[in-house]
Ligand binder design. Sequence first.
Ligand code: PLZ
Length: 455
Amino acid sequence: MSTSVPDTVSPTVPLGGPTLPQERRLVTSIPGPRSEELLARKAAAVAAGVGHTVPIQAVAAGGGVVVDADGNSLIDLGSGIAVTTLGNAHPKVVAAVQEQVAQFTHTCFMISPYESYVAVAEALNRITPGDFEKKTALFNSGAEAVENAVKIARKYTKKQAVVAFDHGYHGRTNLTMALTAKNMPYKHGFGPFASEVYRAPMSYPFRDGLSGADAAKKAISVIEKQVGVDNLAAVIIEPIQGEGGFIVPADGFLPALVEWCRANNVVFIADEVQTGFARTGAMFASELFGIEPDLITTAKGIAGGLPLAAVTGRAEIMDASHAGGLGGTYGGNPIACAAALAAIDAFENDGLIERARELGALLTERLSEIQAADPRLGDVRGRGAMIAAEFVDPTTGEPDAALTAAIAKACIAQGVIVLTCGTYGNVIRFLPPLSISDNLLREGLDVVAGALKAA
Ligand code: PLZ
């Protein structure tokens, strides 16, 4: 079943959802006057540290577009950083939220439990990889899920150290800043960071040229020599790194790490906050590498845009905490849970995994064409609707962050939302909503190709 939205042009701009005209439409320059007005208010009222990539005032979004207050319609190739995988204001999510919000908005699950939280836990236990008994706990953000996965792993193993990887990203709270590799903008000046966090080398085939087995050997040697298995509670890794540059590890790297963890009483945590829920052409990216993590952290795509996050994993590990040891006021909020149940229903039943693969094929084919004609595009990689282009100086292979920034800026000015990423800032990542039409995606990629040529 295809979930692509027809490229219909309707004369009106409804309040949101997939009935928006599916077109790139620029009626002012970006930002237009109404967006400028909001950005001036933002500068005066919002803390300077909170940045923005696209200088618009968003008023509606759906299908494959974001519409601004000036009437511009931008092609969305970012999904609000891999969140609106289903499509913005997806009708199933809208209906579920509307029904729940009129029933009750909050009781606190730790005070008076309700059914939807339990149903989300049951669904996650069922759809995450691994045919073993699982349990789930719900939280509010990806970072909070990661924090709790580490707490749980420490409690279970009675050990303290945690290993994260070069180029890894796990959040902006104190522990997750420590786990995150990149200094600017995430960590600079915000220390001291949490202790007992160590870093191992990642498999990065485009830059290290190592096989998965050799890269794993190198990482394991660093861990054994610098941390020691008797101190190590958990290894945490994104199966495909997100913020770090959509780095896909070489075949065999992840299975070797999982096997080593299992042999050494180390909890293997897959951070699937960015890769989860059909994004990579599988329900979870772990499946693409044939691994069954002990714990999986999820967020972003889980609830169609509402804030929700989860830790799911082996029951004996998840149950290691004393009663009352896990929780939070809002974790598993009933509105977010209603949205998640609707979203998971769509992920399972509306052909979205298939759609992610189709979009991945389209992205890869077009970007490979561009690469064949222009050696500044050094690498095209990713899976499903999570594809990246890494830009380099063709003579030295050095990362070209300036070129990357210029392309992204030109795309946004022409009404195409693209996001950059990568430790070296030289990667453009494509994370379209799965509700985008083929034609809109093609048009967006044409704009990217033009921007590269002009840069
Ligand atoms: N783990 C793998 O990708 C969030 C960060 C955007 P939160 N990635 C987007 C930014 O600049 O802050 C992310 C992730 C992975 C954890 C997180 C953290 O998720 O919901 O942002 O806390």
